[in-house]
Each structure stands twice: as C-alpha cells, then as structure tokens.
Ligand binder design. Structure first.
Ligand code: SF4
Length: 359
C-alpha cells in the first residue's frame, strides 16, 4: 500500500538540532569517546546519562570516531547478524489521530486516502514476498488509534495463517491497547508489538494532541507484561532539541524495548510538519551511534526516511550501530529495492539472521 506519487516537501536546507551548550573541543571529544570505549568494551557497563550527554556534543569532525565505537559496541554486545523485516500497511489512512508528521491522519489534507483492511490473500502475498528476501519478521501495520473488536478478530485470524504459510515471525502495530487486548495478541501468537514513543515526553504535546505520551508508554508496558517483545521506535527531526533527544534515550531505557526503529522525518505535504528541514546526514549518523551507545543490546533498526535523510551515507549507518533493516516499502511511500539493501549487506559482509535468537 505504498503511494509512489505521494508529494514530499523537498528542497529545504537541512538544519542541526538546537543544543544547550557548545560542542566539546577536539581533545575533550577524544577523551569522552575513549572513556566510553573503556566503559562499554572493557568494563562492559552501560553509559550514564552524563556520559551520553558528553557524547551528544562531540564536534562534527568526531562523529566518524563515535560511529566507529558504536559499531564495535554493536558487534561486541549483539553479534554480527542483521535482522530484516518487511512491513505492510494492512489498513491505510483515515486515522482519527493528529500526529503532525503523519500523512495517514484524517485531520490533514494529504494524498493518502482511507482504504479498508486488505484481504487475507493480499496480506499473505506480501508476507511471502517478505519471507523470500530472507527476512525473519513481518509486521502488519494499521493506521488506527487502537483496535476495535472486529479488527482484533481479523488480526488474530491472520497471525497464525501467516506464521504457518511463511515461517516468519509476525509482528503487529495497531495502536493503543487495553490489558485484555495485549493478552489476546500475546496468546494469539503475535511475536512482537510495535508502539513508538516517537519523541521525548516533554516534546510530545508539540507533535500529537489527540492522545498522550503516557498512553503510549502504558501500551509499551502492557506489551511486555503480556509476554510479547516490545518494538518502540522514534522519529527524529520534528524540531526536538538535542537535550530532548537525550531525554528520549533515557525514557527508552526505562521501557526496555527489544527493538528500536529509528525513523527520520520525511516532511509530507499537507501535514503540519511539511515545512520542517531534513536532518543533516552526519547528524543522523551521530544519533544512530548515540542510540546504539545508550541501548547496546537492542535491535536497532533502520526505518522510515533513511533514504531521504542519509542518501549516500546509508552504508555508514550500518557501521554506526544499526543491526536491522526494514526492507522494501514503507507505509505510504517506496523504499529502495530489497536487492540494493541485500547487496549492501553482502558488501559489508553482514550476515542476515533472526536477532531474537542471538540476543
Ligand atoms: S496514530 Fe499512527 S496512523 Fe494515526 S496519525 Fe498517528 S502515526 Fe499516523
């Protein structure tokens, strides 16, 4: 359900996130990166919030060194495997929520129009296509605030069929859950449930007004309590400051996700965030590295906006802490071809595998 013609707001000069202090000197940056290396590779301990804050302020020239450390940490804490996932928008558009970055909200005038839940055959065809790439995870995504009873039944009917037919793990993203719904999904075989925090608690009100950050965090907690793996992602580049990104890292540590997809804003025409500048490629690399250093054991997934934001630096992201990819298309726009991503992994000598079994 990708829209190849969806208009993207292009042509804005990338702008760095606003910080509350000056960048470190080159000497201080080298010392901070070296201290983090000793902590994470020799002492094998997690970095403190203060140590992470230092690293967030290394100068641009030190970002490749930061990225190199994040790659070593990824290999030491997670191993060499890269997990591949395909996602399918099984019910697109018409969402009543007002997430300001999202072209699927019915509150904004975008080209994405509401469509009903796909047929079982369509979902199965996409799952088979995903499995054929070597992917081990297939996520069914619905543009809804939360599932009603009919939607619950449809998802619970699809999950075992997909698992039996393709052998891939089935993940679901269907919004805010009640405790009872979380239990039913877990018992119905949902392997991983996606519910993004998106941004820091202190910035959430600038992004969404129709539900709260706390509602999102509650669903994340329910997912883990029910026994599913929690996938909780972020969207960088919505105007949040550097300190708010650090706040988000601390909040992600608290909810203990198995997987963290890192999305970068791709400004969509018609949404309130259409005017925002893109994240600079080197800044994106800095934050990929910081997410790895803050969350050394998570499955850190390249998600939406990577082609738009990183361009030629996509392979560099793979050596900056990323160990998972969404392959193929995103929810409302096309990604680059699976062949290109598989070639990139082959060139980097990165084996494809199911990370749940490794971590
Ligand atoms: S809840 Fe999801 S689909 Fe709905 S507007 Fe927000 S991000 Fe978009």
């Amino acid at each position: 359900m990708s829209d190849t013609h969806q208009p993207v707001a292009l042509g804005r000069k990338p702008a760095p996130a606003v910080g509350s202090r000056d960048p470190l000197s080159p000497e201080a940056a080298r010392a901070a990166i070296r201290a983090a290396e000793v902590a994470m590779l020799d002492e094998r301990r997690q970095l403190t919030a203060d140590e992470l804050a230092e690293l967030a302020y290394v100068p641009e020239a030190s970002v490749p060194s930061l990225a190199a450390l994040a790659h070593e940490v990824r290999l030491a804490w997670c191993g060499p495997e890269v997990e591949i996932e395909g996602i399918l928008s099984a019910k697109t558009g018409g969402c009543p929520e007002d997430c300001h970055f999202c072209s699927q909200s019915s509150q904004f005038d975008t080209v994405v129009k509401a469509t009903p839940f796909l047929d079982t055959d369509e979902v199965l065809a996409a799952a088979r296509e995903t499995a054929a790439t070597g992917a081990t995870e297939f996520c069914i995504v619905l543009a809804i605030k939360g599932p009603d009873e009919r939607t619950m039944e449809r998802i619970l009917e699809l999950v075992p069929i997909i698992g039996d037919e393709t052998g891939v793990n089935v993940a679901v993203s269907a919004g805010i859950l009640t405790p009872e719904q979380a239990t039913r999904f877990a018992e119905g075989g949902v392997h991983r449930y996606n519910h993004n925090l998106e941004t820091a608690r202190s910035y959430f009100g600038q992004v969404v007004t129709t539900h709260t950050w706390e509602e999102r965090a509650d669903t994340c907690r329910l997912v883990r309590e029910a026994g599913m793996e929690l996938c909780s992602g972020v969207l960088l580049g919505m105007g949040e400051s550097i300190d708010q990104r650090l706040e988000l890292l601390a909040q992600l540590r608290e909810i203990e996700p198995t997987e963290v997809p890192v999305n970068f804003l791709k400004p969509m025409l018609g949404t309130p965030f259409a005017h925002l500048p893109a994240v600079e490629p080197l800044e994106a690399i800095r934050w990929i590295a910081l997410f790895r250093l803050a969350l050394p054991t998570v499955i850190l997934r390249y998600a939406g906006g990577r082609e738009f934001t990183l361009g030629d630096l996509q392979a560099m992201g793979m050596t900056s802490g990323i160990n998972a990819l969404i392959i193929g298309n995103y929810l409302t726009y096309l990604g680059r071809s699976p062949e290109e991503d598989l070639k990139m992994l082959d060139d980097l000598r990165m084996p494809v595998g199911a990370l749940t079994k490794v971590l």
